[in-house]
Write a protein that binds this ligand. Sequence first.
Ligand code: BGP
Length: 496
Amino acid sequence: MEKIYKFPEGFHWGSASAAEETEARGNSPELNQPDTSFSYFHKKNPGFFHEGLFAQNDFWLRYEEDLDLAKQMNFKSVRLSVSWTRLLPDGKNVDLDAVEHYKKIFDSVHDKGMELFLTLFHFEMPSWALLEGGFASKKVRENFILFAKTAFEHFNGYVDYWATFNEALAHVLATHIRKRQPHVEEYTGLEFLLRATYNVAVAHAKAAELFEEMNVKGKFGCVYVGSEFIPRSEHPLDVEACDLAESLLWESFVDTAVFGVYPQKVIDYFEAKGLWPEGLIEDGDKELFKNSKKLEWIGINYYLPIRIASTKLHPGDEEAEGYDIAGQTDDWFTDEPSGINLFTLYMKPGVRMNIHRGFEINPESLYNRLVSNKEKYNNIPQIITENGMGVENEERFRDENGRIEDTYRIKFINEHLYWIWKAIDEGANVFGYHQWTWIDNWSWTNAYKNRYGYVELNLETNDRIKKHSFDWISKVSKDNEIVCDIEKFGEELGDQ
Ligand code: BGP
């Protein structure tokens, strides 16, 4: 039976995007900006990106129109990011034209009655910083801090919610181990992953300190990969591998920013193996973590759970008997230089999948994360800063009026919203839902292959065409409620 589920008053309905994915550097050479890590890598290796394409949304110039669409969906807020390369092109001097242009964009968000979430680091950095080793390098870390300071100084009063980083976990893994984002061979491997992870924690803490010192207006936060970590089986080896993954990939970032202590067990684990990089920790770091401003909110990006398996336990092993360890593992975490394989990603057989992205669909797992955060972090305010469904060739679903009938997306989001509602109903302080993303945009390696928007971007004309989900979410945000039949949850989402 269908029922109505009401969200708390003032709930932030909205959507997120990122500078590099929307602003369209490649298509606007007249802007005369140096290369970002991505545009640089794209020039060198176009084949790394789907069909060799680069971003072309042109949000930089068409922001009024795009923000109007957000407003039409009755959004209370949107999340944008500011490009490090635009703001500090040479790593030293601020580009005041870029500052003025960003201010116009931010004013436009407010003029349209919405609030602004602004991310500082959303995967893009200047190309020189990539070549220096990205966050594995202390020089780059220090430059990020200057970038943060510059943004605080110039945009103070323009931003309602600040986030220092977007998904640092995804960035450090993709750059320093998995080679799924722009990377430099010589800075890949476990050592560089550990360096980058720790440096991000320091960079965040220094930005937090500055935020307080500079009296910046707005609420201070950070955006994380909000996936629940789930061990493949109950076997102690799988459980141990999953604990390690969670400590390294979640607690290093979140616990440090909330509790002010970098998880000692991470350091101990790698020190015991002789792998903790020498000279990484400096005098004063502990005090910095402890004394710097703590998070006022955390952003949860949720697409799928992260299932972790031990690399020491294989189907057919005698030891594995009695445990459910069938299924595919992905050699996710092999460190080539040291030959160390800490843990591996695991795909559980038989689960619902978004076949285009190869992602498990598991809305209940989001609920688990929200509830566990509530318990562990003293019910800190949380917002879903990203969630969505990327689908290929959506033109298959065009209706007679030329609009894409994306029923699967509506069902996908509705189910997730129900589980968010349930976490709120049980006391979790979840104050909003930002879907990824309101207009189809360019993605880091998949370019325009998987489309996420409530609005289609036509790549030939750059026209924006509303999909069916546009009407649906407009009503959801206006009424501040969803309607669903939870007995139908778990069914396939239909053609996708
Ligand atoms: C998140 C990123 C976003 C966006 C999204 C969609 O991890 O924070 O920037 O890219 O994933 O994923 P993809 O573009 O890889 O399909």
